[in-house]
Design a protein around this ligand. Structure first.
Ligand SMILES: Nc1ncnc2c1ncn2[C@@H]1O[C@H](COP(=O)(O)OP(=O)(O)OP(=O)(O)O)[C@@H](O)[C@H]1O
Length: 303
């Protein structure tokens, strides 16, 4: 079964992408979402949730994505299991980031983007009219390529998503727990009031991971989270991802095939044209893929 839905905090936080597709977060006043529910509470609907298939937390059915008239993804079908790490790999421009953003409706924030098909999260199509994208993004957090802490204290960065939630949440305790889960608490516990911008790049990325996990999501999406980091910081992030995957479902886009092979349990290979060509256990993909095009990509013949 999926993780308990009742523990999610209301971050009241709408994320927007800038022109390069990098997300920034802005507070959104007055979200109607009920904590722990994907449903837009302004719509009077009954249930609407279909039970998820065993152990499948995210299921895409025939997903097409267009940017204006250009098709970026074609007929993507995938069932991502609960917990563990699922890596999305493939050559540049094949639609990995587009697919990641489809999962928590970040593509909604790109005017040119249009999504067709169904994306089920815990059995519910997240594109149904009664789903509140803000509530969805609380349950499906996201970490981006470039660490993007706010110009605020470390504490306020992590607590940012908790500002408008119910009063009985102990913010300090939640911040400490999130920092601990993000393997950062030990390094910053004496400087929680210092600016998040004063941390190193690797620490900033772990701060962003702490911010993403503070509302206690079920899924964490990561778009090349270590590509801007040096090897030591990268190694810490990889260790952290493996730890997080014991408790969360982690879906990671990476250009780095060694990284995918090291840390993921499942690997999805997207190829040019926005097709998901093969999805299987990571060992199988790297040792004995079914498709010749995947083997060519893995062995470096193209891409
Ligand atoms: N905001 C956007 N507006 C218009 N087209 C876009 C946008 N974002 C992506 N695209 C296009 O969609 C296609 C897929 O891009 P996407 O970034 O998803 O691929 P990717 O596999 O993640 O690439 P990379 O590995 O280089 O990051 C590309 O042709 C890209 O130019």
């Amino acid at each position: 079964m999926t993780r308990n839905d009742t523990r999610n905090a209301d971050d009241g936080d709408e994320q927007r992408t800038n022109s390069s597709g990098t997300a920034v977060s802005e507070p959104t006043a007055g979200s109607e979402a009920t904590s722990g529910s994907l449903l837009d509470s302004s719509l009077d609907v009954e249930g609407g949730s279909v039970p998820a298939g065993a152990d499948t937390v995210i299921e895409a059915r025939d997903i097409d994505v267009f940017y204006d008239d250009a098709q970026a993804l074609q007929g993507v079908d995938i069932e991502i299991p609960e917990n563990g790490v699922t890596a999305l790999i493939g050559p540049s421009g094949c639609g990995k980031s587009t697919f990641l953003r489809t999962i928590n409706r970040m593509n909604d924030l790109i005017d040119a983007a249009r999504v067709e098909g169904e994306l089920r999260f815990e059995g519910k199509n997240v594109y149904d009219d009664d789903v509140d994208p803000v509530a969805l993004r609380r349950k499906i957090g996201m970490v981006f390529q470039t660490p993007n802490p706010f110009p605020k204290s470390i504490r306020d960065n992590v607590a940012f998503g908790l500002d408008v939630q119910e009063k009985d949440v102990d913010v300090d305790e939640t911040v400490r727990t999130a920092l601990e889960r993000a393997a950062l608490l030990e390094e910053v516990e004496d400087q929680l009031d210092s600016s998040g911008l004063d941390l190193s790049g690797g620490q900033q990325q772990r701060l962003c991971i702490a911010r993403a996990i503070a509302p206690d999501p079920d899924v964490i999406l990561m778009d090349e989270p270590a590509s801007a980091l040096d090897p030591i910081a990268t190694s810490k992030i990889e260790d952290l991802i493996e730890d997080l995957a014991e408790e969360y479902t982690v879906v990671i886009v990476t250009h780095n095939m060694q990284q995918a092979a090291r840390i993921s349990d499942k690997t999805a290979v997207f190829l040019t044209g926005g097709e998901l060509v093969e999805f299987d256990d990571t060992d199988k993909i790297f040792q004995n893929p079914e498709h010749e095009r995947v083997e060519d990509y893995i062995t470096g013949k193209f891409g």
